[in-house]
Design a protein around this ligand. Structure first.
Ligand code: DON
Length: 314
């Protein structure tokens, strides 16, 4: 039954004319075919249901910020919040004025300035290569899949054109809130954003946030709860309120067109469609999640408790 529902949503999305606009500020991403679409759902039962181009690899981009945050919280705990806030913002993901207004302490770890800072925190005084290996190890363990890799061409493409991120990192450093050199931090950040995986792999990688991964927990339950809260309030930047209104579950988007969404205790959901809306979030991805959420009653704000179709309440 769930397979039928997601197949129907996939068919509807494939027929959509207005697919949004593929990110072109990273040249290597500008040539992605916007007609692609995929949706994948992992359940607490261990089952996974997918539709569309679910095995096609795409660029993780800002979804990687969830995983660097998980590592940073595991390592630094509460100390991280001295350097970055946890409040939503109504500015764009790459806002410069916002960092100046907050005196170099970014409002949250998902805006670019905050994410650059988190990368600096996990880099500590280390070597970017080792930090990236640790990040890949974490994502591979979460997905149960060792084939996930970084695309160095995408990283180089963003390094060459990411002037806003260079500006943000230099500003953070001028405020004394970046411990490593801008070169080292952004070298790491551009590579973390260039991790590639498929929609099916992403849904599996998100299971630890839904609390449905078998095996030992990757991070403490407190940190899972905190990350989900931040995904709910800040995961779609200045579009987070609209996303909560329409979909109602914690989620994190990336300009590669992916979205990772979490139904705590029940499901990890990934969606991918490369065309973006005006907030820089996947247009059809958001639409598909809204449809899925309404059909299954996934929103955390639903008055009725969530139950999968065909599954009796406990
Ligand atoms: O830093 C950047 O601009 C990109 N590597 C990531 C931005 C991103 O994915 C924003 N999210 N929707």
């Amino acid at each position: 039954m769930l397979q039928t529902i997601i197949d129907e949503i996939g068919a509807q999305m494939r027929g959509e004319e207005d697919r949004g606009k593929v990110a072109d500020y990273i040249p290597e991403l500008s040539c992605i075919d916007p007609r692609q679409f995929a949706l994948s759902v992992c359940l607490a039962s261990g089952e996974q249901f997918s539709t569309g181009d679910a095995d096609q690899h795409f660029s993780m981009q800002s979804i990687s910020k969830v995983f660097t945050l998980a590592i940073a919280l595991g390592r630094l705990g509460e100390g991280l919040w001295r350097r970055v806030g946890r409040e939503p913002s109504n500015s764009a993901f790459n806002s410069i004025v916002e960092v100046e207004l907050s005196a170099g302490r970014p409002r949250n770890p998902f805006m670019n300035a905050g994410a650059i800072l988190v990368t600096d925190a996990i880099l500590a005084k280390g070597v970017p290569r080792h930090t990236l290996a640790e990040l890949l190890h974490f994502i591979r363990a979460a997905a149960g899949d060792d084939s996930i890799l970084i695309n160095p061409v995408v990283a180089a493409s963003e390094k060459a054109t990411g002037d806003r991120n260079w500006a943000l990192a230099h500003y953070l450093r001028s405020c004394g809130n970046l411990t490593n050199t801008v070169d080292l931090v952004l070298g790491t950040y551009f590579h973390q954003c260039a991790i590639e995986l498929s929609c099916a792999q992403l849904a599996r990688a998100g299971r630890f946030l839904a609390g449905i991964q078998s095996g030992p927990p990757l991070i403490a339950a407190d940190n899972v709860r905190n990350i989900n809260a931040l995904m709910m309030t800040c995961g779609h930047y200045d579009g987070s309120g609209e996303f909560a209104f329409r979909v109602g579950i914690p989620a994190k988007s990336g300009v590669g067109g992916g979205i990772l969404a979490v139904v705590p205790g029940a499901a990890s959901i990934a969606v991918w469609s490369p065309g973006l809306n005006s907030f820089g979030n996947s247009k059809l991805g958001t639409q598909a999640l809204e449809l899925l959420s309404k059909r299954l009653g996934l929103s955390l704000f639903e008055p009725e408790p969530f139950r999968l179709p065909g599954v009796a309440a406990a």
